[in-house]
Ligand binder design. Structure first.
Ligand SMILES: C[S@@+](CC[C@H](N)C(=O)[O-])C[C@H]1O[C@@H](n2cnc3c(N)ncnc32)[C@H](O)[C@@H]1O
Length: 223
């Protein structure tokens, strides 16, 4: 059996990602945190007791999940065991697994999938999302973040990132169709990451721009 693709990038994941982004646009921790911060803001008073980071990889979101949801039980799933090993060094208390049957009977109050679905072959995406739907607790919420293929900077980086070589971006329309096919209802969706570092002072405007298909990424909040 061939090794999962991301096993080869596990140790150097952050470095390879950083090298694919032009110096002026790179904000490593901001990119890693903004998704979790958005999820926390959207959940508001709803404090999830158990969170799953679906496709957690080397665990870039896990420290921020710990920061924004200190009281939550944290779980991470990925098909790459080598990535999970790196992730376990980042947040030792997270429960990490690469065999989905490990969570039989367990449900999550919140699930995040950050930049995962463009790595899943299109014909497998619906069943992967349906798996998440089945694992969500009653009243739970899922947040999917993806690259926006219409943003030129996103496309430039995507075409240069070694671990995106076999990936296929999905646009928001496709993601929304997938959401419905997997049994979810969409609560909210929007584009994000409009302003690079030199224009960071404008980021407070982003919540008013979510319908503009120009942001570097987008999210879908579903239930
Ligand atoms: C670009 S990385 C993103 C990792 C992490 N979510 C982050 O934001 O840093 C994509 C991850 O998706 C994982 N992946 C690919 N196919 C998957 C699948 N079918 N189920 C779960 N994870 C998968 C890869 O192993 C890889 O770790």
């Amino acid at each position: 059996m061939t090794k999962p693709e991301f096993d080869q990038y596990a140790e150097g994941y952050d470095r390879v990602l950083g090298e694919s982004i032009p110096e002026g646009l790179n904000e490593d921790s901001y990119f890693a945190e903004y998704k979790v911060a958005l999820m926390a803001a959207r959940l508001g008073e709803k404090r999830p007791a158990r969170i799953l980071d679906f496709g957690c990889g080397a665990g870039r979101s896990l420290p921020y999940l710990e920061k924004h949801f200190p009281e939550a039980e944290l779980w991470g799933y990925d098909v790459s065991p080598a990535s999970l090993k790196v992730a376990s060094g980042r947040v030792p208390r997270a429960k990490l697994f690469s065999d989905w049957s490990a969570i039989t009977g367990i449900h999550f109050d919140a699930i995040i999938a950050a930049n995962v679905f463009h790595h899943i072959p299109p014909e497998q995406r619906q069943s992967a999302l349906a798996q998440c739907h089945d694992a969500l607790a009653v009243g739970g919420q899922m947040f999917l973040f993806e690259h926006n293929p219409y943003n030129p900077a996103t496309r430039w980086i995507f075409e240069r990132c070694p671990f995106d070589a076999d990936a296929e971006m999905l646009n928001l329309k496709t993601a929304l169709a997938l959401t419905a096919q997997a049994g979810f209802s969409t609560e909210q969706h929007g584009y994000t990451l409009f302003f690079p570092r030199p224009l960071a002072f404008l980021r407070g405007l982003e919540p008013w721009l979510i319908r503009l298909p120009l942001g570097a990424q987008y999210y879908v909040q579903m239930a």
